[in-house]
Design a protein around this ligand. Structure first.
Ligand code: UDP
Ligand code: MG
Length: 315
């Protein structure tokens, strides 16, 4: 008798084009695994509607009625991928032994779920799905993603390379995750900090089945920026170092100008004045901006606002 209760958590935001196919494939997959005695018949798929404005929630209602293994959660409004995912995981935590998070668009190969569960059975608490190639992505998406990992690494944020949010977490890893109270949620950065025994599973990332990406460039940049500022104070340190270097240079310039002054060579000095005004002005503004970013983050954290509100749960 296999007792592992598996929950698959799928955040959905305006996914009406793909959802029927996703539900069909996932319920099929779950059924095969239950039949093969890999997981408990109690296992479920949990769709989280992240405040969609299209028919996503109606579809989830239909699936809930047709398939006994489909659960649905409706958030009170759009709170973004990471919050929707967390909401789903926190609900799943109450019922499951392990939960897998995946996107609704079928880009993550569902056949590797078997491997996730294998690793879980072998005693791993966190299993990361790692893309072994990005052939399906556009050149732009690929290079921007690569740039993202490089940037994160530079700023000292510990990430699993080429791992998005396709991962399995055991119940106790989810319990640990629930202890992280931060409002600026960046799961990919938090999960590696939980620890426990981990493993990675490689898979090929396919193309979006239908619909379009909910992560346009603007959101992606915001995501990267949040990732850095939530996990690293290196930008502030860089500012300090740049400030120190400029201070040293200014000492040299000071001595130089005094010497020039004493030796009586009058310098018109327009170029150097202009340059220093613009350069220092720009640097100062940037520095204030970066520090302001952290102050803002602290402000948001200190409010301890809820990350999501649940409107409805379909069991
Ligand atoms: N998503 C969400 N809330 C949002 C934006 C996206 O729940 O505000 C979900 C979306 O439905 C999908 C997943 O997050 O299941 C990943 O989004 P997408 O596939 O558009 O991102 P990409 O794969 O292009 O990076
Ligand atoms: Mg996608």
């Amino acid at each position: 008798m296999i007792e592992t209760v598996l929950y698959i958590v799928v955040p959905c935001y305006n996914e009406q084009e793909v959802l029927a196919e996703t539900a069909k494939r996932l319920t099929g997959k779950l059924k095969r695994m239950v039949d093969g005695a890999r997981i408990s018949p109690e296992s479920k798929i949990l769709f989280v509607d992240d405040g969609s404005s299209d028919n996503t929630w109606e579809l989830i209602n239909t699936f809930n009625a047709c398939y006994p293994s489909v659960m649905g959660v409706k958030l009170s409004r759009n709170r973004g991928h990471q919050n929707a995912l967390l909401a789903g995981l926190m609900i799943a935590k109450e019922y499951c032994d392990c939960a897998i998070s995946m996107d609704a668009d079928l880009q993550d190969d569902i056949e590797v779920i078997d491997k996730f569960v294998e690793k879980f059975d072998a005693g791993c608490d966190i299993v990361y799905g790692v893309r072994c190639n990005r052939r399906a992505d556009t050149g732009f998406k690929r290079s921007s993603a690569q740039g993202f990992y490089k940037l994160m690494k530079f700023f000292g944020v510990e990430l699993v390379y080429n791992h998005a949010d396709y991962r399995l977490m055991s119940r106790r890893a989810l319990e640990a995750l629930s202890e992280y109270q931060e409002v600026n949620l960046f799961l990919r950065g938090i999960v590696p900090q939980i620890g426990y025994k981990t493993a990675t599973v490689e898979y090929e990332r396919g193309e979006r089945f239908a619909g379009e990406s909910k992560y346009p460039l603007k959101k992606m940049l915001a995501f990267a920026f949040d990732g850095v500022t939530s996990f690293s104070v290196k930008p502030i340190r860089i500012i300090t170092v740049v400030g120190a270097i400029i201070f040293l240079i200014s000492l040299v310039v000071l001595i130089y100008s005094l010497v020039v002054n004493v030796t009586g060579q009058t310098v018109s000095g327009w170029t150097s004045t202009m340059m220093s005004i613009w350069l220092l002005g720009g640097l100062q503004l940037m520095a204030i901006g970066v520090i302001g970013e952290y102050v803002g983050k602290t402000y948001m954290e200190s409010k301890r606002r809820p990350k999501y509100s649940i409107e409805k749960i379909l069991k």
